[in-house]
Design a protein around this ligand. Structure first.
Ligand SMILES: [Zn+2]
Length: 84
């Protein structure tokens, strides 16, 4: 089996916490990677706009410092008993 070359940068958030998520059932066809910061995942065979940090659409880039401030969707309702 061909060993995967794990990318060092996440295409979406530019962090360096990238790991191998899984590999193709037929060995060596593709690999899937995951970002441990923004949880983006991508397959090695996807086009550059989904795999290359420089080509990833700027409108969809994420700043890791914004992640804790993002809304939880759907929101979690308060419990009926009054205690959150
Ligand atoms: Zn990321």
């Amino acid at each position: 089996m061909t060993a995967p070359k794990i990318p060092d940068t996440c295409p979406r958030c530019d962090s360096h916490d990238v790991s191998l998520l899984t590999a193709s059932p037929v060995p060596g066809r593709w690999f899937m990677y995951a970002c441990g910061v923004c949880f983006y995942s991508w397959r090695s065979t996807e086009p550059g706009y989904a795999t290359d940090p420089a080509a990833y659409p700027a409108a969809f880039k994420i700043d890791p410092t914004d992640i804790p401030k993002m809304l939880v969707v759907p929101s979690i309702p308060t419990r009926r008993g009054g205690t959150p």
